[in-house]
Design a protein around this ligand. Structure first.
Ligand code: NBX
Length: 828
């Protein structure tokens, strides 16, 4: 196995001091610990407590073990002094922690036994936990998967983020319409975090910049207008099959005591205290838009707050063991998860210049060595811009620094490319126009040593379209690391029966750390005995059936799942139109033909950004269509449509293991990568997909014959769009759109704008152009499903070929090629 240290090395590590296991994991010790927490942490009598209280006591006992390992890991890292990775992300979608933690710690069965002796069931208690939804979608869940891999692969890493008091809004469906409700997730306390009241940093805002002379040298001094305190909350992240436990440090804002004192002298004490509380609003809310930057002052404040606290913490940790900054680039790698934390560049520069007095050249040299950036989008329009006026008022010194970086870059660029003013203007960090903006992507590309895309196709689009000018200038900076997901959460935790089956047939559990072993399933792909067991596994849709609640479904049906954020480019509309077509076709069939129809349960789930009108209409359309189909007795079990509200990590954990078919319908060239497809693939779910983002790479891993592919390829898209009104769309498409327009499902006025959007000539995402090919792929899926052996074999081959899509592979590539960090394994 690639990351294990040799015996010799482990012995050498022991010489530094053996780390005794402190807390014991035998049944009696565990029971005692749980009851102690019932009595003293939850403060309930140990003779009388319910499931919820038991969950909290259990979580605290698990947390104690996490803390022990985390301390040991810290001590080990501090002794070894390795280069560390600092992973900066505004979003982490962690979901629940209990099951994942006990599995990674290797104490799940011990805890389950201890609990059963106390009269509780582990699974029931695990259900008590709420989701931590501190992120929007793919990008945020990716951060969570990557933290799991960093810990498991023993990398010395720290994640930094924000401790939002309100997570992503809860989606409530009333009469088929999405409504948003606040997710005040900390209501019942959060046993997985450790509040660090003594780890706090002041964060400055507003004010002015003055010149001062110090030791005969001129320096800039930023005199802030407001100071807020950042408090650390540590969330330990355990690795699997290792003692290593790393940390995700989240910052919360609180009023500062050292500053802003003058307000008390005004006499209005009560107002002054109330005003102080406003500081907390900085970290209170996660912005619910998964594409665009709002350019709001509070959002910028939030980002700088996060960046400043993290940078202070990183520099403090470095200075604890170093006298000067010579070694900084050898000890520190800073990863920017999209441009959201890219103010960190200007902040490190500011600290090195104004506080450490390093001088421009030395500071700039350091900046260019420590930062790397990963982009998660394919469109230039989605790139973040910050209005210059806003930045100038909130962060006056940072604006100066960014202007200086830009000036130097422009001078250099002119020497390299000449006076090509159009190109200079495109590449400038500052966008001129009615409103002047700072382009955060340009800032990031100019200052980072590496720019990563999240799939091979994504890099291609960056090189030829989005960042073309920069690619031509610095081809060596551009790379890709195809995304991955952690098999610990997405198989071991969420699909324990499949996990056991895989381990049985591979004859080992080692694939949980070494995903490459999964390929071994291929050797058994035609084995009749495995087929039997695998089929049982595929039929095990009960959890899913429970999730969809009151719609009666047939267990023989194909469970067809489409779950992700609602977006025009993700084309949930294509799915719904396909369902209408299926419904219409069945209605027009005679009895005999109906007998040949494969029963389907179509499941759609996902949130629309609160201000995204069209996405909200798509949700409503799904509901009116479901209403019609599900209540049509003539159709019976042949077709059902269910929208599961409030899609989140926990819902995904239920739905993914139960799915037979999953849909990934983005118009080619629009999905940077896509990660839910990887979770389905690992679980042996077949994919119906376009050739986009990561699905292209799946074709190579599992074979075209084991997927249902359709639609225009990325090279076809521009020509199809060109055609405009001359574009040919199939009659079936016109027919289903007509049904909606004519009010077949009601609300025809309401859906008019939706229909107009896919009208020929107006159909940017090519729903009409891809419709015929989509229906063919659906028909192929039906045909394959009827042949049970074929379907089972395809399913086994999908799981067997999914190894590439583990975040362990992604993280190892980042570590070796981008961050330059080594594993640092804590002795156990
Ligand atoms: O990141 C997603 C992409 O759309 C996926 O293709 C990709 O697989 C995934 C991980 O790389 N992007 C994404 O989720 N973006 C956001 O959630 C987002 C959040 C806030 C924001 C902009 C984008 N301001």
């Amino acid at each position: 196995p690639r990351l294990e240290f040799g015996e010799e090395k482990i012995k050498a590590e022991r010489m530094f001091g053996l780390m005794d296991v402190f807390l014991k994991n035998d049944p009696l010790s565990l029971q005692k610990d749980i009851l102690d927490h019932v009595e003293f942490t939850v403060a309930k009598s140990r003779f009388n407590f319910d499931d919820f209280e038991a969950y909290h006591a259990l979580a605290h006992s698990v947390r104690d073990r996490l803390i022990e390992r985390w301390h040991d890991t810290q001590i080990h890292f501090n002794r070894k002094g390795p280069k560390r990775l600092y992973f900066l992300s505004l979003e982490f979608l962690m979901g629940r922690s209990l099951s994942n933690t006990v599995i990674n710690l290797g104490v799940r069965d011990q805890f389950a036994d201890a609990l059963s002796q106390l009269g509780f069931e582990f699974e029931v208690l695990a259900e008590q936990e709420g989701d931590a939804c501190l992120g929007n979608g793919g990008l945020a869940r990716l951060s969570a998967c990557q933290m799991d891999s960093l810990a498991t692969l023993d990398y010395p890493a720290i994640g930094y983020g924000l401790r939002y008091q309100y997570g992503l809004f809860r989606q409530v469906i009333l009469d088929g319409f999405q409504h948003e409700q606040p997710d005040y997730w900390l209501n019942f306390g959060n046993p997985w975090e450790i509040e660090r009241v003594h780890i706090t940093y002041p964060v400055k805002f507003y004010g002015t910049v003055t010149d001062e002379v110090l030791n005969k040298e001129k320096h800039k001094v930023w005199v802030p207008g407001e100071v807020v305190e950042a408090v650390a909350y540590d969330n330990p992240i355990p690795g699997y099959g290792t003692r290593n436990t790393i940390v995700l440090r989240l910052w919360a804002a609180k009023p500062s005591d050292q500053h802003n004192m003058e307000s008390y002298n005004t006499g209005d004490y009560v107002d002054a205290v109330v005003n102080r509380q406003r500081a907390e609003s900085i970290s209170s809310i996660l912005y619910p838009d998964d594409r665009s930057y709002q350019g709001k002052e509070l959002q910028l404040k939030q980002r700088y707050f996060f960046v400043s606290a993290s940078v202070q913490d990183i520099i403090r940790r470095f200075k604890d063991t170093h006298k000067n900054f010579n070694e900084f680039p050898e000890k520190v790698a800073l990863q920017l998860n999209d441009t959201h934390p890219s103010l960190a560049i200007a902040e490190v520069m500011r600290v090195l210049l104004d506080e450490e007095h390093l001088g421009w050249n030395r500071a700039w040299d350091i900046i260019c060595k420590i930062f790397s950036y990963t982009t998660h989008t394919v469109s230039s329009e989605a790139m973040e811009k910050i209005p210059v006026d806003l930045m100038g008022s909130l962060l006056p010194r940072h604006l100066q620094i960014i202007y200086d970086i830009n000036f130097n870059f422009m001078e250099k660029l002119k020497k390299m490319i000449g006076l090509d003013y159009d190109r200079l203007a495109r590449m400038s960090i500052v966008e001129e126009g009615a409103v002047k903006n700072i382009r955060m992507a340009n800032l990031s590309i100019i200052c980072c040593h590496t720019v990563n895309g999240v799939s091979r196709l994504h890099l291609e689009l960056l090189k030829t379209k989005v960042f073309r000018d920069f690619y031509e200038l610095w081809p060596h900076k551009f790379h890709y690391k195809t995304n991955g997901v952690t098999q610990r959460r997405w198989i071991v935790v969420s699909n324990p029966s499949l996990c056991a089956l895989i381990s049985k047939w591979l004859g080992t559990e080692a694939w949980i750390r070494d995903i490459d072993l999964l390929i071994g399933l291929r050797d058994h792909a035609t084995n009749a005995e495995l087929h039997q067991e695998w089929k049982m596994e595929l039929c095990n849709d009960l959890m899913l059936v429970c999730t969809i609640g009151n719609v009666q479904v047939s267990l023989n049906a194909m469970f067809d799942v489409h779950t992700k954020r609602i977006h025009e480019y993700k084309r949930q509309l294509l799915n719904i139109l396909g369902i209408i077509h299926r419904y219409d076709s069945i209605k027009n069939m005679n009895k005999n033909d109906r007998k040949k129809v494969v029963p389907r349960v179509c499941i759609i789930s996902g949130k629309a950004a609160p201000g995204y009108e069209i996405a909200k209409k798509i949700i409503k359309l799904c509901h009116v269509v479901a209403e019609k189909i599900n209540n049509d007795n003539d159709i019976g079990d042949l077709l059902k449509l269910v929208f599961i509200p409030d899609y989140n990590v926990s819902v995904a954990e239920l739905v993914i293991p139960g799915a037979d078919l999953s849909q990934h319908l983005s118009t080619a060239g629009h999905e940077a990568s896509g990660t839910s497809s990887m979770k389905f693939l690992m679980n042996g779910c077949l994919l119906l997909a376009t050739e986009d983002g990561s699905t292209i790479e799946m074709i190579e891993e599992v074979g075209r014959e084991n997927m249902f592919l359709f639609g225009a390829s990325v090279n076809d898209v521009p020509a199809l769009r060109e055609k405009g009104p001359a574009l040919k769309v199939p009659l079936q498409f016109l027919r289903v759109v007509r049904m909606i327009r004519d009010g077949h499902f009601g609300l025809k006025d309401y859906f008019k704008s939706l229909c107009d959007k896919i009208e020929t000539g107006n159909d940017y995402f090519l729903v009409g152009a891809d419709f015929a090919s989509y229906l063919e792929a659906q028909a192929a899926a039906d045909k394959a499903f009827v042949d049970e052996d074929r379907w089972t074999q395809m399913s086994i081959l999908c799981a067997a070929g999914s190894g590439k899509f583990s975040s362990d592979r992604t993280i190892q590539e980042y570590a070796e090629k981008t961050w330059g960090i080594q594993p640092c394994r804590c002795p156990s």
